[in-house]
Write a protein that binds this ligand. Structure first.
Ligand code: ADP
Length: 609
């Protein structure tokens, strides 16, 4: 049954089946990754020989007796066991094509493509012949001797072999992943099948003599045109939809691209940018990079990023950085680099690894900010801190040591006053009084200096209820408060971790100043408030005193700076310097808001810890 599927039609010969087995093996070998060219060549030559030996008796009186060599054919009457001419030619063509495909010459490969295409056309013609059932009525060339399943197998072989066509081949186009190839793949079956189906119908109608030949041919033409147009409409619709989608994608891609360009522009303007491959070879640098490194693009591209190393960082530093980025994580940190002329600069750097689809890192993007000045400033700041500490130590030692000779001067002038004042005349006594009051003042100033240098010496924060601190301050200042009839109002204050001695001194300074710098004929009113803002407490000490001119708002915090003479208001000018130092000790800021003649509000902040 399998030998002859269509009753009465030619059967598939044993040699044909055997040759198909060889063809199948050749195609299988071609598909293998490591194709064994030797075996393919041998099999192709074998197939070629079988075909030639089979063809010989068709044209010459010479026979090689290979038709029934293995199995004798009991079914065919004409040339039993012999492959048909068409089948043999197809195998001959296939074997030639297979050898051609193995060749490295491009034109041979192209010819192979054409040959295989020819097999496809021949087999298709045979299939069509069978379908249209004209086999019995008229003979179409030599192809009518081929079995239908042989033809189908040849068609499949032709498709399979042409699908293996290499780039540049004739059939390669049909299998590409582009719109044109996709369109061709959709069109080809339609173009082949439509006339076959219509012809089949036409013959069927004609055989049954339902309508006349003229009518059936015109119907055929109309059906062909209409169906083709319908299919064309369907295809156009599909292509248009795909095109609209593509255009939408293009426009969103354009927008994304624009955004990216803007980001890139912003990045280039604000940062130093460098891209290097996983081996560290520099592939891209922006203008800012060239500006700071002094290298031109031509000089630096293709070089290793190691040329920028300053030698400041240890091997361990670079190893850790590499470990982080090769794990796909972003590395952040400050790096000291060296420019083309050996000048150092600091860059606050972020190294970002970029991964491809398969997760492998293919490049590193380095974005940096020049922090050379910042580094210099912070080192200056550290120096300054050291110097300030030294100054404070000096002030402490100096003021401490000055006290002793001053005490002697004071003691001696006291003795002079007590025991020798009657021996001095009026001017002498006045001079003595000046000396005494000057030494008193000097003693005050030295004590103030000593206090200033002692601020924060015994540093230990404690939890303190600020309301209690205000109570103590008011008690200490009770006499002056009573004398001046000062009215003090206080908001509920928080409990804070502060340096207790210093914090009390701070509030005492501000409250006593608010009383001291009161306006004549006006009852002094002081309000103490506090407000929580994020992680700080903002304190305010508000008075209705004489106020401060705008230009003096900063200067009053300088040590020994006073705006008034001793006759107007007594004092040493160190109170606000003390206050500022105490606030800084707590990590806060102090400033004043004031209007001359209306009053002042001193603000200070204490960060919460
Ligand atoms: P002193 O009070 O010993 O003069 P301070 O350092 O406490 O020194 O103050 C410096 C200067 O700031 C004062 O001399 C005064 O002119 C001004 N000042 C301070 N507090 C007030 C205030 N509440 N109102 C007006 N002026 C003030």
């Amino acid at each position: 049954m399998l030998l002859s599927i269509v009753p009465g039609a030619p059967t598939m010969k044993f040699n044909t089946a055997l040759s198909f087995l060889i063809v199948g093996t050749i195609i299988f070998l071609y598909l293998k990754k490591k194709k064994s060219s030797m075996v393919i060549t041998l099999l192709s030559i074998f197939l070629c020989s079988v075909s030639i030996f089979t063809l010989f008796p068709y044209f010459f009186e010479l026979s090689f007796n290979i038709d029934n060599l293995i199995v004798s054919d009991r079914y065919s009457r004409k040339f039993p066991g012999r492959m048909s001419i068409a089948t043999t030619i197809c195998f001959l063509v296939f074997s030639t094509a297979s050898l051609g495909k193995l060749s490295k010459v491009k034109s041979f490969q192209k010819i192979s493509d054409l040959l295989v295409l020819g097999i496809g056309i021949v087999s298709l013609q045979v299939i069509v012949t069978y379908i249209l059932q004209i086999l019995a009525k008229s003979s179409v060339l030599v192809f009518n001797s081929m079995a239908i399943h042989t033809a189908i197998l040849f068609l499949l072989i032709s498709i399979a072999f042409s699908a293996m066509s290499s780039k540049g081949g004739y059939t390669y186009l049909l299998y590409e992943n582009h719109t044109g190839s996709k369109l061709a793949r959709t069109l080809v079956p339609f173009v082949i099948m439509l006339p076959i189906c219509l012809s089949f119908l036409l013959l069927f109608v004609l055989n049954n003599e339902w309508i006349t030949t003229d009518v059936s041919i015109s119907l055929y033409t109309i059906a062909y045109t209409v169906l083709s147009l319908l299919y064309l409409y369907h295809l156009t619709n599909r292509l248009n939809k795909a095109d609209i989608k593509k255009k939408q994608l293009e426009s969103s891609l354009y927008n994304t691209n624009q955004e990216l360009m803007q980001f890139k522009y912003a990045l280039d303007k604000s940062s130093i940018v460098m891209i290097n491959d996983p081996r560290g070879i520099i592939e891209y640098v922006n203008d800012k990079f060239c500006e700071i490194s002094k290298f031109t693009r031509e000089e630096i591209l293709g070089k290793s990023e190691k040329v920028l190393r300053s030698g400041h960082h240890s091997k361990n530093f670079h190893r850790k950085m590499y470990e982080t980025i090769s794990n796909g994580e972003v590395w952040l940190g400050g790096v000291k680099k060296m420019d083309k002329y050996g000048v150092y600069y600091w860059v606050q750097t972020a190294v970002i690894p970029f991964k491809n689809k398969s997760g492998d890192i293919y490049q590193y993007l380095t974005i940096g900010q020049d922090i050379t000045r910042h580094k210099w400033l912070s080192s200056q700041y550290e120096n300054l801190k050291l110097k300030t500490k030294e100054m404070e130590q000096f002030t402490y030692i100096a003021s401490h040591d000055l006290q002793e000779p001053l005490r002697t001067v004071k003691g001696m002038s006291n003795i002079l006053q007590q025991e020798y004042s009657n021996k001095l005349d009026k001017d002498g006594n006045a001079c003595l009084e000046y000396i005494t009051s000057a030494t008193d003042r000097m003693s005050h100033l030295i004590k103030a200096l000593l206090d200033y240098s002692r601020i924060g010496i015994h540093q230990k924060r404690e939890k303190i209820d600020c309301n209690e601190v205000i109570d103590i301050v008011c008690k200490d200042l009770a006499i002056i408060i009573k004398e001046t009839k000062t009215v003090i109002t206080v908001d509920p204050l928080p409990t804070l971790l502060v340096y207790p001695m210093e914090f009390r001194l701070l509030l005492q300074n501000l409250v006593s100043n608010a009383i001291k710098f009161r306006q004549e004929n006006k009852t002094p009113k002081i309000h103490i408030g506090s407000e929580k803002k994020d992680k700080i407490i903002l304190f305010s000490v508000k008075d209705n005193g004489i106020g401060i001119e705008k230009k003096h708002k900063r200067i009053i915090f300088a040590i020994f700076k006073r705006l008034h003479s001793l006759d107007e208001f007594e004092g040493t000018g160190i109170g606000l310097a003390h206050s500022e130092k105490i606030v800084h000790l707590h990590g806060g800021e102090i400033w004043v808001d004031s209007k001359l003649g209306e009053g002042s509000t001193f603000y200070f902040t204490i960060p919460l810890i």
